[in-house]
Design a protein around this ligand. Structure first.
Ligand code: GCO
Length: 252
């Protein structure tokens, strides 16, 4: 199995894309820490993912936007005697509203979780990855790393930052054999997008705008993450894979 003997840390791992990545990584033999703010939901998810009851999925409650919370989480991993080989920065929120009415606390919350959280977890993994002679950092970017749409300005800014931060990690840590790459999901059936799916007009727009003619599934993102977690990506760094049903390739 591709990830036997590897420890993966997946933020946002209790649901949606992060959960799908955790499930696939589990099936490939990884030892997994899943992170989320809601400890109860996280504990339930960890048990559900660990279908073979091998104690290979660990719930690690964490507010990724808080340096203290992130430091406490890494202290727990260290106390377990584990070192993170593969980091998946998937924790993300999208709080929507007109830019001209966007409150600073909403802006700060989105940037704090989506971008600052990625920075804090990435930095927390460095010493261990350097010690082990390498590592994989996989950042979940977005269509909004490439293009924008109205009413999601903090999310667009955060995901543009995630894409470019991935390149910054890549160029600075390549000498330590640490590869950093981004995945660009298209419109995926997740809880974050539930309001959009429920909006018949928006839903129809996405179906029409996506050449594949459908919303993507979280599991379809997971396979791209597995590639970036594998040795197959050892000479790939600072890049992006769009898993978007062709939406970015299409003008209309
Ligand atoms: C939105 C959506 C998008 C998608 C995703 C696309 O409000 O338009 O939430 O942001 O979820 O980010 O990559």
């Amino acid at each position: 199995m591709i990830l036997s003997g590897k420890t993966a840390l997946i933020s946002g791992g209790s649901r949606g894309i992060g959960r799908a990545i955790a499930e696939l990584f589990y099936s490939e033999g990884a030892n997994i820490y899943i992170m989320a703010r809601n400890a109860e939901q996280l504990g339930i998810a960890a048990k559900e993912i660990d279908v073979k009851n091998e104690n290979r999925v660990h719930a690690l409650p964490c507010d990724v936007s808080s340096e203290t919370s992130v430091n406490d989480a890494f202290a727990r991993i260290k106390a377990d005697g584990a070192i993170v080989d593969v980091l998946v920065n998937c924790a993300g929120v999208n709080l929507r509203g007109p830019l001209e009415e966007m409150p600073l606390d909403t802006w700060s919350k989105v940037i704090g979780i989506n971008l600052t959280g990625t920075y804090l977890l990435t930095k927390g993994c460095f010493e261990g990855m350097k010690e082990k002679g390498g590592g994989k950092i996989i950042n979940i970017a977005s269509l909004m790393s490439e293009v924008a749409r109205p009413t999601i300005s903090p999310y667009v800014a955060s995901k543009g930052g995630v894409k470019m931060f991935t390149k910054a990690i890549a160029v600075e840590w390549a000498k330590y054999n640490i590869q950093a790459n981004s995945i660009i999901p298209g419109y995926i059936e997740t809880e974050m997008n539930a309001p959009l799916i429920a909006d018949k007009e928006f839903n129809a727009k996405i179906i029409n705008r996506t050449p594949a003619g459908r919303w993507g599934k979280p599991s379809e993102i997971a396979h791209a993450a597995l590639f970036f977690a594998s040795h197959g990506s050892d000479f790939i760094t600072g890049q992006e894979i769009a898993v978007d049903g062709g939406i970015l390739a299409a003008l209309m």
